[in-house]
Design a protein around this ligand. Structure first.
Ligand code: F6P
Length: 608
């Protein structure tokens, strides 16, 4: 609009000034001063951190009280102890030995509301692209959704995720039944009785955990008779040797599990296994077609085809909306597990996981086992400052659970920035480790009792997969094992005072201090009826959801893993230098002083 010529000069000037004046909004420094802009940005972003919320601050204040209160004291409160447990579908969680009160749980619940935990869980189940750094949905829950849920989850606008899942499961059922019935045979007509699953990380640890669970499960034993399953993950040639030295290639089916079909370790192992087949049976294309199978993302199909695998019949797809470490219920686990144990048993495993999913999605926070465990994780890590955590299954068949959780959780929550890229100013991402009880008791429990405080997850079963009652023993072997399951949490929580040591008859005062247990060490106990395929599914989903809850509360993206990229990239550079060193026989220079020195030492000392 034109200026009015009738305006007095002063007013006109004023108006001009106003028009030209920079806006008085907070953007002012941004537009004009990059330094101020930089700091304003930081301040604004910091203000979005969950640690700035009233709910977080209330928890910090409350933590001061808890820090001065011993678990012995807390556990005397019967009302508190009665309140701190939850059950669902046979799973019993007792968390009365956590350093929490009913008030703590209420405050953690407030934090969950503040962080819209429910909304985030819903967004995940619905298929929203919550893995925003990779623009992907996170739908491992769709992998175990029953047929009745078909049509409820759409991805990329019109793809019915659960229908897709069932199409592939049907294909896996037909294929694995075909192999197990002898209808599908190897190149020379022999039955395929050995399965070698080649994969690494999420394409290995979860399936191996399930395999170990089912190995001694009565139904599993019967189903697996006559077959055997091995995993090849490490790119170390010794792993190849250990895996297939005593196998007959004519009876071996190799399952390549790789979402991307590019992972260096898996690809080299796949080629090594292909060479192994060729060495025994010649390199007729049919050898690979009849002895090699791929489980990979649909986007990798061309690579699978180029490798020589029959993509019409021996390719089992999964999708970008399934993260590697969350892929156990996809073809990654379904193919090797069903080949060994039959598809029906794998289905029972899926139903167990689905039961936990439904509980997680629908039940109120105060009764919701995965949510409670996630809240406790955040409490222990971010408020009580316990940086590590241990998984202690009192079941030999769960021996691979700690390794699976280690990858699941540490790859998911080992992050330093929130969704909008702001560095967190609170502790996130525990160091997870563990061991089947009671072996751990004779290994690292000394530290658990007397060294650093490490929150513990004790996992036990009312009934064993197998039990014995040895002559002369009044209790069964399983009872003996479980006595430890019940005793250890108590010892950790209550400890033993100097007076109690003396009461025990310790007369040498110099030794008393060495025998004192300070106690006050938090743990939780999970008790299941029996370690079946169904329970295995429940455990898998429970721990997946715990990880997710913690990520949601911390406001980090638990579904990407850029942290593994840099090392992979540097390994490529090193490989180039190695090649140069080997072919020229001259010293190489990687650009890094220490690596250069070490690499040249390696090249000079080995004669590959
Ligand atoms: O370790 C990193 C990782 O990307 C995992 O997340 C993944 O499970 C693993 O590598 C293997 O990847 P892929 O299945 O693509 O071979």
């Amino acid at each position: 609009e034109e200026e009015s010529p009738t305006l007095p000069v002063t007013q006109q000037q004023q108006q001009q000034q106003q028009q030209q004046a920079p806006p008085t909004t907070p953007e002012t420094p941004r537009a004009t001063n990059p330094v101020l802009n930089f700091f304003a940005n930081i301040i604004q972003r910091k203000a979005t951190l969950v640690s700035r919320t009233a709910e977080w601050k209330r928890l910090q204040k409350h933590a001061e009280y808890i820090q001065t209160t011993h678990l012995r004291q807390l556990m005397q409160d019967a009302v508190r102890s009665e309140a701190l447990y939850a059950t669902h579908d046979g799973v019993y969680l007792d968390y009365s030995r956590q350093r929490v009160t009913v008030e703590t749980m209420k405050l953690l619940g407030d934090l969950a509301k503040r962080q819209d935990l429910r909304g985030k869980i819903e967004a995940m189940f619905r298929g929203d692209k919550i893995n925003f750094t990779e623009d992907r949905a996170v739908l491992h829950t769709a992998l175990r959704a029953s047929r009745s849920k078909i049509g409820t989850v759409l991805v990329d606008e019109d793809v019915d995720a659960i229908q897709e899942v069932h199409d592939v499961l049907d294909q896996i059922k037909v294929f694995t039944n075909g192999v197990r019935s002898g209808q599908l045979r190897g190149y020379t007509g022999k039955r395929l009785r050995n399965i070698v699953s080649v994969g690494i990380g999420g394409s290995y640890l979860g399936p191996e955990f399930v395999h170990e669970c089912l190995k001694t499960e009565p139904e599993g034993i019967t189903a697996a008779l006559g077959y055997n399953l091995r995993f090849l993950s490490n790119v170390d040639p010794v792993d190849v040797e250990r895996t297939c030295a005593d196998l007959d290639p004519e009876e071996t089916l190799i399952v390549i599990v790789s979402k991307t079909f590019t992972t260096a370790e898996t690809m080299l192992n796949a080629k090594t296994m292909r060479q192994w087949l060729w060495d025994f049976m010649g390199n007729d294309p049919e050898v690979v077609e009849k002895h090699m199978v791929a489980c990979a993302s649909i986007s990798a199909i061309e690579k699978v085809k180029d490798f020589g695998i029959d993509t019409e019949n021996y390719f089992f797809r999964f999708w970008d909306w399934v993260g590697g470490r969350y892929s156990v219920c996809s073809a990654a686990g379904a193919v090797p597990i069903s080949l060994l144990y039959g598809f029906e048993l794998f289905e029972k495993f899926l139903r167990g996981a689905e039961s936990m999913d439904d509980h997680f999605r629908n039940d109120p926070i105060e009764k919701n086992i995965p949510i409670i465990m996630g809240l406790l994780g955040v409490w222990n890590m971010s408020f009580l400052n316990y940086k590590s955590r241990t998984t202690l299954p009192y079941a030999e068949a769960l021996l691979k659970l700690p390794a699976h959780i280690q990858q699941l959780d540490m790859e998911s929550n080992g992050k330093t920035v929130t969704k909008n890229g702001t560095p967190v100013d609170y502790a996130v991402g525990e160091i997870d480790f563990g061991e089947a009880g009671t072996n751990g008791q004779h290994s690292f429990y000394q530290l658990l009792h007397m060294g650093q405080t490490v929150p513990c997850d004790f996992i036990g079963f009312c009934e064993s997969q197998h039990d014995y009652c040895v002559d002369g023993e009044s209790l069964s072997s399983h009872d003996e094992l479980m006595a430890n399951f019940f005793a250890q949490p108590d010892a950790l929580a209550t400890g033993k005072t100097a007076d109690e040591v003396r009461e025990d008859g310790e007369l040498n005062e110099d030794v008393v201090a060495h025998r004192v247990f300070e106690g006050n060490r938090p743990s939780l106990s999970l008790l299941f009826p029996k370690l079946t395929a169904y329970a295995c599914g429940q455990i898998l989903a429970l721990y997946e959801h715990r990880t997710t809850v913690q990520g949601f509360l911390w406001d980090i993206n638990s579904f990407d893993q850029f942290g593994v990229e840099l090392g992979k990239k540097l390994a490529l550079n090193v490989k180039e230098q190695m090649l140069e060193g080997r072919s020229t026989g001259k010293r190489v220079d990687t650009g890094d002083h220490a690596t250069t020195r070490l690499l040249n030492y390696y090249l000079e000392s080995s004669n590959n």
